[in-house]
Design a protein around this ligand. Sequence first.
Ligand SMILES: Cc1cc2nc3c(=O)[nH]c(=O)nc-3n(C[C@H](O)[C@H](O)[C@H](O)COP(=O)(O)OP(=O)(O)OC[C@H]3O[C@@H](n4cnc5c(N)ncnc54)[C@H](O)[C@@H]3O)c2cc1C
Length: 426
Amino acid sequence: MSFHADDTRLGPLTDGQTVAVIGGGPGGIGCALTLRREADKRNLRLRIVVFEGKRFGVHYNQCAGVLSPPLQQLLRDDYALELPPEMIEREIKGYVLHSEHKQIALSGAEYGGSSLAVRRVQFDDFLERAARERGIEIVQTRATDLEFRNEEVVVFTWGGTLRAAAVVGAFGLSRAMTATLSRHTRYLPPRSLDTMVTNFRPSGRNGAPLPGLLDDHIHVLLPPLKRIEFGAIIPKGNHLTVILAGENVRTDDMNAFLDLPPVHRLIPKRPEPDDYFKGRFPISLARHSFGDRYVTVGDAAGLVRPFKGKGINSAMITGGWAAQTMCDVGVSERAFREFHRQCSDITADVLYGKLIRKLTGLSAHGSFMDRVLDMAEHEPAMRELLFDCVSGRETFRKIVLRQGNVGLATRLGGLYLLDRLQHPFG
Ligand SMILES: Cc1cc2nc3c(=O)[nH]c(=O)nc-3n(C[C@H](O)[C@H](O)[C@H](O)COP(=O)(O)OP(=O)(O)OC[C@H]3O[C@@H](n4cnc5c(N)ncnc54)[C@H](O)[C@@H]3O)c2cc1C
């Protein structure tokens, strides 16, 4: 879709222009900070306006706030930002993967570093303050509609109207904004998986203490429950966060998960959980995620590693790349193709991610996962493969194609067949 025979008015951003960013999460702020940095380098007066509907710190965010490497490095190198030490609630040392009867610890130190647990709302607030300090306008209001015109895009909000050279969709999976953009362009939002989150706090209603906060490890379970693809229990400052993901997960699924024996073993005397919160994360790429005068980044574009964490990293990185493209190449559909090419590490991984998701779904039943963990106990290559799958350290493509992993995969296939023969109805 192109508005002009010639793209000159859709070229790189110029002096005096305005860019509107809808959403002040890591994607939106990563984009805004990069626009500011690039404009300063070029001596451009660029007006950058971020619309954010939430008040960080007041409204809840589902995200577990685990910052995985190399996020700290990225903040330092690309944004000249230092994470305040007081924001770090806990150092996450690794993962423990559970099957029905077994468990295996996968240490971050062995494979390139630990992650940091923060409160996501504090992290967003920190980024937002940094943006304000650099002259980016943060407007606390909701964008409600858009109008694409030859020479500009008009953003309607609860607080007024803004005319801009381009709009950045960094609104995550907001149903209202994805529908709005779909109405005005060919954009189709990514498919998503539901999530359900709750917390166990030491000062819960019956006041029971929490045991050891899981030795600073994230515990990952692939339970044999119909709608749940995976569950994770994450140690935070003084509490535990429980996350479930699956298609149409319901509150009953959370109840069933919390009653599973491995969960009881992890939290034997647990207090009452908090309320349950529902959310989503993308599992496919958005279609037509960019066009003349618009580009989507982060979750809105489905630009996340499929089926694993690091959504914050991907959002900041893709937000930054989109900004760089607007300054270097332009704001046309053709220009944003460059941006999408840059994202090929993520986009090329979607197919591999689907494959791994299918395999994970199959492995949750019978005793297959017990056998896999048995194998991992004795084989470092298998442990590394599992670490990469749960941590998001490597793209799935690299994991699948890494030397030696094809052999491992064949043996896993053999184990799976054996398990099916022994437990045909498991
Ligand atoms: C349960 C769960 C746990 C997760 N845990 C982790 C984790 O531990 N680590 C990790 O790296 N990733 C995690 N993720 C993924 C991560 O949260 C996302 O990938 C990341 O936040 C995407 O960033 P974003 O900027 O694209 O979108 P978002 O963070 O969703 O930001 C979008 C922003 O847009 C705003 N907005 C929406 N509509 C409008 C509107 N109309 N007007 C104005 N503002 C609007 C929203 O208020 C929001 O602040 C988790 C996801 C889920 C669902």
